[in-house]
Design a protein around this ligand. Structure first.
Ligand SMILES: [Cu+2]
Length: 163
């Protein structure tokens, strides 16, 4: 019995040796897999970079109570990244009335649930920047407004021309 009892720790030790040897290999395997995933991510980033090169980026600064520039021109059927930079001291948003657009992405400086269907709309807190990505489907001239009560009446309006 004494010999068997003595043998058990040896077997356990052998088991742990195997684990000790295998564990780093498993870690290396995981790292290798992660490295492979990283390569795919780089490929995706490269693809996105190519797509982004075709995006029309427009930056509008919102203050009390105006958009600068107040007139924006974009091309129909081509992706637009519309950035609203709030340089004011109160919240502002930018909405394009009447434009049918395919929304690519809706992001807001503050997560307050301001996303509105297919309406081009971006909301910002004072000092913050938000953006919205869309593809304008209609050509024409569309009204831009800040929908915060009183702001459009105070002059916070503009024009989006899709040509
Ligand atoms: Cu406003």
């Amino acid at each position: 019995m004494g010999a068997l009892e003595g043998g058990t720790p040896v077997n356990l030790k052998g088991h742990w040796l195997v684990v000790t040897v295998l564990a780093p290999l498993l870690v290396l395997g995981v790292l290798a897999a992660a490295g492979g995933g990283g390569g795919s991510a780089d490929d995706e980033a490269a693809t996105r970079g190519t797509a982004e090169a075709e995006v029309q980026e427009v930056v509008v600064v919102g203050t009390e109570f105006a958009f600068e520039p107040s007139e924006i021109t974009v091309k129909q059927g081509q992706p637009v990244t519309l950035v609203l930079e709030n340089d004011g001291t109160v919240e502002h948003d930018l909405q394009v009335n009447g434009l049918h657009a395919q929304m690519m992405e809706a992001m807001h400086a503050e997560d307050d649930g301001h996303a509105i269907g297919e309406m081009v709309h971006v909301y910002t807190m004072p000092g913050a920047t938000g953006h919205v990505e869309f593809i304008p489907e209609d050509a024409g001239t569309f009204e831009i407004v800040c929908t915060i009560p009183g702001h459009a009446d105070a002059g916070m309006v503009g024009t989006l021309i899709v040509e």
